[in-house]
Structure formats: C-alpha cells, structure tokens
Design a binder for this molecule. Structure first.
Ligand code: ADP
Ligand code: MG
Length: 341
C-alpha cells in the first residue's frame, strides 16, 4: 500500500540503492508528508556511519539530511568517545537503535552549541530518531567542498588556518567541547569561510581523553596547513593557545599577531622544536598538578627560575598563569624596592 503515493515514490528512489531500513524509511515518509521537505534526492556522501542526502524545502531551499546507519558493528570504535561523558551515563550499552539515536541527538546538540558560540556550522533543523535534517552548506545542488578538495590559494589557506584555530579555541573555551575528529575531511569551505561539520563524536572537555583528542585535532589541522605551505605554530603552541583560559577574548588577535611574528622570526621549525613537539604529541597530558609525577621537583625548578622550556604542561594546569602572577608580584616588589631607594 505504501508504494502507491507520490511522496513515497520519491523517498523510495532516494533510498533504493542505499538499503535504508524500514524504520528509517518511515521517518522519511513522515517528514515528506508533514512538509519538512518536498523532495529528497541525491546522495551527497556515503560514509561508514552515516549517509548524507540532499533535500529540497517546499520553497525550494536546499537541505542536508544526515541518516545514521543503524548497524551496530560500524559504531564499535565510538565507545571511547562515550566513556566518561556524563551526558551519556545511561544511554550507552543499550540496543543498537538507541545508540544510533544518541549519536544523531548528540550531533544536533553539539551543532546547537557551536551555533550559540558563533562558530560556523550547519544549523540543525529537525531530528527524528536517527535522521537529522540540517542547513545545507553550499549553493543549490552543489555542496560546499571539503577543505581537502577546496584547492585554496596560499592566501586563503593562511586566512583559513587562523579562522579554524580560533574556532577550535572557541569550541574549547565557550562550548566546552573537543571535536575529536577534526581534519580537512570534516571542514567545509564555503563563500570564503570554513564550516565545521560532523560533531556527533565531540566530547565534553571534562571527558578523560578530551585533551588527547584535542591534541590529535591539533596534529591533523596543523599537518594539513603545513603540507600546503602555511607557516604554522608548533603543536604545543597551538594546543596552549586553545586551552589557555587566561587569554581574554579581545586579546586573541594580538596574541596571534605576536605568535605570527614569532613564527616568521624563527623561519623553519628547528630540529629542537620538532623534537619537543613529537615528545609533546606522545606525552601524557596532566590536567591538574595532581596528575603530574614529580610535580614537586618541577615546581622547585620553576621557583628557582631554572629553564622550564621543556615543561609542556604549564598552560593546561594553570601553572603558567600562576607563574606570571608570582613573576609580576616579584617585579612589583623589586620596583617598590628600587623606587624606595
Ligand atoms: P560522516 O560521519 O560520514 O563523515 P559527515 O557529517 O562528515 O559524516 O558528512 C559526510 C559528508 O557529507 C561531508 O564530508 C560533506 O561533504 C557532506 N555534508 C555533510 N553535512 C553537510 C551539510 N550540512 N551541507 C553540505 N554538505 C554536507
Ligand atoms: Mg565526516
């Protein structure tokens, strides 16, 4: 009976080859019938975990419809993102369907958080179980390319680099999230700007592995821009820029200008920096001083003004800030002394 109406024909065509299960198809029928879109056609992408389709609203505007696949095997490697995420304490380890729904819901929630913080990303419109309808990034019939395929000029790449690292910082500081799969594959280039997509696996920055994921994101983003000739920060510098809560919003630009001067002045990254970076990439990142082995020894070194360049955790643990405070109070005392004499 279902195959007889006009709308179901359309939905059938769109879903025919992709083997969308019955339940998902019913959701699409309902959306069509309720006028969420008048047409769903054209598969933009088929991925491991989801397919993305192009749809058209009744007034003709394009939409993107992301459909999460309901098979359980595909979601196995996702467990690590769920662990410790307080939002999913009761959601994980149930039957497949629920898990897929959780991912779709998580994607919507995270997109909303990004939007609220002013980060460029698709606006989520409608969620029904494993189907997420969202803003289409691109011109009608032509999806925006992934950063990987955008073939940007060096100037545009330089702008893009700054734009994305500021977005990563905002994501961390304002949304309290770490993307967890950020790379040239999950960034779209549209009308001169970069859009972050695919945020279903993003984790709270309280997640036990959030900082490891963040560091991976830094490596992927850095590698892409570096490979295309942009003078980038070291991974450690980028990581610190993102997690440093002491940089005020209105000081971000000057911080980056200063950083730019530093990068230009040092020319190619020295072997020493390269090594420091690869050490950092493999290191355990402590979040507080309680997690630091031999913290007392390090603190000794710091307070006796020994070289602390290799202490990579100063920013994240807040030590750097604490240090700058003691430093300035020391300077103040010195000043007071000198003005007194
Ligand atoms: P996956 O989990 O399969 O990687 P993504 O969310 O990354 O899912 O989407 C896959 C692809 O679909 C993207 O690389 C992009 O090309 C396209 N895409 C996803 N969302 C949109 C959107 N809102 N507008 C335009 N294209 C999109
Ligand atoms: Mg993706």
């Amino acid at each position: 009976a279902i195959g007889k109406t006009k709308t179901t024909d359309k939905a059938d065509r769109a879903t025919a080859e992709r083997a969308i299960d019955h339940k998902t198809r019913m959701i699409l029928y309902k959306m069509l019938n309720k006028g969420a879109f008048r047409d769903i056609s054209g598969c933009i992408s088929t991925g491991k975990e989801a397919n993305v389709y192009h749809a058209t609203q009744s007034q003709g505007q394009p939409l993107a419809v992301k459909i999460y696949k309901t098979s359980v095997l595909e979601f196995k490697d996702r467990a690590r993102f769920m662990q410790g995420d307080f939002r999913f304490k009761n959601g994980y380890c149930k039957h497949t369907k629920t898990m897929v729904e959780i991912w779709a819901k998580k994607e919507r929630g995270n997109l909303m958080r990004l939007k609220a913080a002013g980060i460029r990303c698709p606006t989520p419109y409608l969620l029904r179980l494993n189907v997420l309808v969202m803003e289409f990034i691109g011109k009608y019939g032509c999806a925006a390319p992934r950063l990987k395929d955008a073939a940007l000029s060096l100037d545009k790449l330089r702008e893009g680099y700054v734009e994305i690292i500021i977005a990563m910082r905002t994501l961390y500081q304002k949304c309290k999230l770490v993307h967890g799969d950020l790379s040239e594959y999950n960034i779209l280039y549209y009308e001169g700007h970069l859009y972050i997509i695919d945020v279903s696996q993003a984790v709270e920055h309280e997640h036990p592995h959030a900082l490891d994921f963040l560091r991976e994101d830094c490596v992927h983003v850095s590698d892409f821009f570096k490979k295309h000739g942009v003078a980038v920060m070291t991974i450690r510098e980028l990581f610190d820029f993102i997690v440093d809560a002491t940089i005020a919003d209105d000081a971000v630009d000057s911080y980056l200008e200063e950083m730019q001067r530093k990068i230009l002045a040092r020319g190619d990254v020295s072997v020493e920096d390269e090594i420091a970076d690869s050490v950092f990439v493999q290191s355990f990142i402590p979040k507080t001083l309680d997690d630091v082995e031999n913290a007392e020894e390090d603190v000794q070194r710091i307070t006796s003004w020994k070289d602390t360049k290799d202490l990579y955790y100063l920013t994240i643990t807040g030590l750097k800030h604490a240090l700058s405070l003691t430093q300035s109070s020391q300077q103040k005392t010195l000043l007071q002394k000198s003005s007194a004499t």
